[in-house]
Design a protein around this ligand. Sequence first.
Ligand code: AMP
Ligand code: ZN
Length: 426
Amino acid sequence: MRVRLRNPDREVELAGGRTIHDVLGELEIDPDTVLVIRERELLTRGDRVADEDVIEVRPVISGGAGPNRMKCRRCKAPAVIELRRHNAAFCRDCFLRHVREQVKRAIEGHDMLEPTDRILVAVSGGKDSLALWDVLLDLEYRADGLYLGLGIGEYSSRSHEVVRAFARDRGAHLVEVDLARDAGFDVPTAGRKGSRSTCAVCGLSKRYVFNRAARQGGYDVIATGHNLDDEAATLLGNTLRWQTDYIARQSPALPAEEGLARKVKPLYRLSELETAAYAFLLGIDYVVEECPLVAGNTQLRYKEAMNRLESASPGTKAQFFLGYLDRGAPLFAAQDDARLTACLRCGESTTGSFCAFCRARAQILGERLEEPRAGGTEQGERLEEPRAGGTEQGERLEDVPVSDVELVRDLPDEVMPVEIYESAGR
Ligand code: AMP
Ligand code: ZN
């Protein structure tokens, strides 16, 4: 099959017998930016083309066709990446500079880090957190890595390897924690045995371990790789439910407070595309596969929705999240009023008697959490006992213990809030 590409004009021979979707995929062309024409007829993505067909791919948006025509905004060299949101394209070096500039701007704008701070960067082995660690080292911060083994089979072992290799290459220090060894369960077990969804326990465990590791290691601050796409999707989810307390705490810099380490998200001004390109251009090996347990996760649905909006109007995500920080967040500040005390079992911060992690853990391991009471109910309380009628459907909204508010205090992973309320509707 002959394909005529326009702007600049050129022709390529490709195999037929497949859909336009596949053909455009092979040519790395966004279907939203071109018309596909056969004779006088317009084809859509589901249409099939045959070997003997001749088709024309005609850009409808200026800049939508060939990859090599654009020039770097800063230096006019051939561009390697286009950022529609910024209405700009960059060559390799100027793009790397752009990423570092955005991180610096985030750090300065929110007083995230001091040059003397000891930083613990939570690294999953994905593009975002490795890019973050790389940029922080590059900017000469004192940044150690923290890897948490979640026990998700091949996916976890590959992630661990990638993170170790990065630390070795950069001569950086890596703190390694294994959930099964430390807490007695891994994430797949937690998903099977607990009443929460797998993503919810995973998010909860990460927050807990990050906080604890930072305090035990004497770190000043925890940095996570959350990017603009993550933050916009989370804000969308929280807004759809009017979770005003969660909305109030969606700042990329949360100060330390009673028992909780300071937390920062220096990549919040960069999209997923930018962090991936950064890692790719620097030859950083990262885990491309998604977590195998994440399918159907609510957060992913919000990301897809945001991507559709973004593709129609580039800049939507940034307007939504950066606009929230600028003008929305101050309006919600009064909603953030949870009071923290020490968990009776582990001493970490909580708004109830036992922290959410200890409650989840007790349930997964089938243990009892004893609560000393004035006047003494010595038999204690079995928290989050599986309810009659089967908890596999998940918790209903009114069943969610009030003390889950504490999760919000400790925000690096937002899957938790979304998941809790997701199960409410089922
Ligand atoms: P996720 O919750 O998978 O979207 O990850 C959000 C952020 O949490 C990442 O950018 C990392 O900073 C951190 N993170 C996720 N998984 C791990 C892990 N297994 N070990 C250390 N940090 C992690
Ligand atoms: Zn606890």
